[in-house]
Design a protein. Structure first.
Length: 186
């Protein structure tokens, strides 16, 4: 069964002046474009909204997808808090894996999920090209305890690649890096 996919939309979007998921993109917004691209690839989409006090909760809830939130003791530690929330949601649903994607990559491959599922098995499978794209990834729920521990020990945040370097990973080769371009400026 195809895992659920969690869109990571809980960041503050400081480089864009906030409200990143709803930044205009084409005839829509970043997050709406990404939802349309990814929805056919998975059995369910969920949005990680970050903190329960986020000003984006109301607009995100209007997208008609379930929202999940980060643990209050791990707020502002970076995108891996959203990954942890995704993993905990997957485990609670009885799933063994979850896929994540950041909300600022509207041109992800139309077969992104299939590529992740076809990769050699590992605790984390992510895309790698000239750059690493570690948040476009398939995560095993066995990572909950080590990720929580790493986040609790991280002061001021935990670098994604630093965590991945300590885990069993597999990568999918990226041939077209433009599909993974992130939008950080309007």
């Amino acid at each position: 069964m195809t895992p659920q996919l969690v869109l990571l939309a809980g960041g503050k979007g400081k480089r864009m002046g906030g409200n990143k998921p709803f930044a205009p993109y084409g005839r829509s917004t970043l997050i709406e474009t990404l939802i349309a691209r990814l929805k056919p690839q998975v059995r369910g989409l969920v949005i990680n909204a970050g903190a329960k006090e986020s000003p984006l909760i109301l607009p995100l809830s209007c997208l008609g997808l379930p929202l999940i939130f980060d643990a209050p003791d791990l707020i502002d530690l970076g995108p891996l808090t959203g990954v942890l929330s995704a993993l905990e949601m997957a485990r609670a649903a009885g799933d063994t894996q979850v896929i994540t994607a950041p909300c600022d990559m509207p041109d992800l491959p139309e077969d992104m999920v299939a590529q992740l599922l076809a990769a050699p098995p590992a605790d984390i499978v992510y895309f790698k090209g000239e750059r690493d794209y570690p948040l476009c990834a398939l995560w095993n729920v066995s990572l909950i305890a080590p990720l929580r521990t790493a986040l609790e020990r991280a002061e001021g945040g935990l670098a994604v690649m630093r965590f991945l370097d300590s885990q069993n990973v597999s990568t999918v080769k990226v041939s077209d890096g433009t599909a993974f371009a992130n939008i950080n400026h309007l």
